[in-house]
Design a protein around this ligand. Structure first.
Ligand SMILES: Cc1cc2nc3c(=O)[nH]c(=O)nc-3n(C[C@H](O)[C@H](O)[C@H](O)COP(=O)(O)O)c2cc1C
Length: 190
């Protein structure tokens, strides 16, 4: 089953091959070197004023931290994400008066995008999750009050879709879709 999209012009191979699976090989162990590469990719993302407003909590499968992160996922995500080799919680710096910082979320998104592509280069697949219990994770991870939880990313080796069932299986085998370029390029489409 190919998830490589049809595009009107070629994409670089890493971008073309990236997609977000839910079926992970629960026997695969990520190496420290692989993890460091992924974290370095996030570290070296661009950010406004080089503010680097992202912080990472790295929870390998089988650790106590992993249990805490799994407990902070909504039920649907708990059905598949624990099999990934690692779950990474991305926390984001708040504004000085304690609110969400729009620019910091933008910057953290860039960091996560780079991490996804670096993982892809290691033949590891990422899946971002917003279906998480933000406050519970903040508490269980003991995060400081100047941070808020942004997203959880699963990383691991992809496995056969048939390991899943129900809606997760349906989504795993569904074709990937996108808006047409003409719908998103408001001006100047070639
Ligand atoms: C910020 C964000 C939050 C997401 N939250 C979830 C989630 O909670 N559960 C889930 O199964 N997928 C989640 N996804 C995955 C998206 O559904 C997926 O990226 C989208 O359908 C596009 O598919 P693709 O990544 O395979 O191209 C999330 C993706 C992003 C970027």
């Amino acid at each position: 089953m190919s998830k490589i999209p049809e595009t009107s012009a070629p994409l670089t191979a890493l971008l073309a091959s990236r997609w977000s699976p839910r079926s992970y090989d629960q026997t695969h162990e990520i190496s420290d070197q692989e993890l460091l590469s992924i974290l370095e990719a996030g570290r070296w993302a661009a950010s406004s004023n080089n503010g680097q407003p992202w912080r990472f909590s790295v929870a390998k499968r089988g650790t106590e931290l992993h249990e805490k992160v799994v407990a902070g996922l909504i039920g649907f995500n708990q059905g598949w994400a624990p099999a990934a080799s690692v779950l990474i919680v991305v926390s984001i710096k708040k504004t000085d008066d304690g609110g969400s910082h729009k620019g910091n979320f933008y910057d953290a998104g860039l960091a996560v995008a780079q991490m996804s592509i670096q993982a892809q280069a290691l033949d590891l697949y990422t899946h971002q999750m917003g279906g998480i219990l933000y406050n519970e994770l903040h508490k269980s991870l003991g995060l400081s009050s100047d941070l808020e939880v942004g997203v959880v990313i699963s990383v691991g080796k992809k496995a056969a879709p048939e390991k899943l069932e129900g809606p997760a299986l349906e989504r795993e085998i569904a074709p990937r879709t996108r808006l047409d370029l003409s719908e998103i390029v408001l001006h100047g489409k070639p």
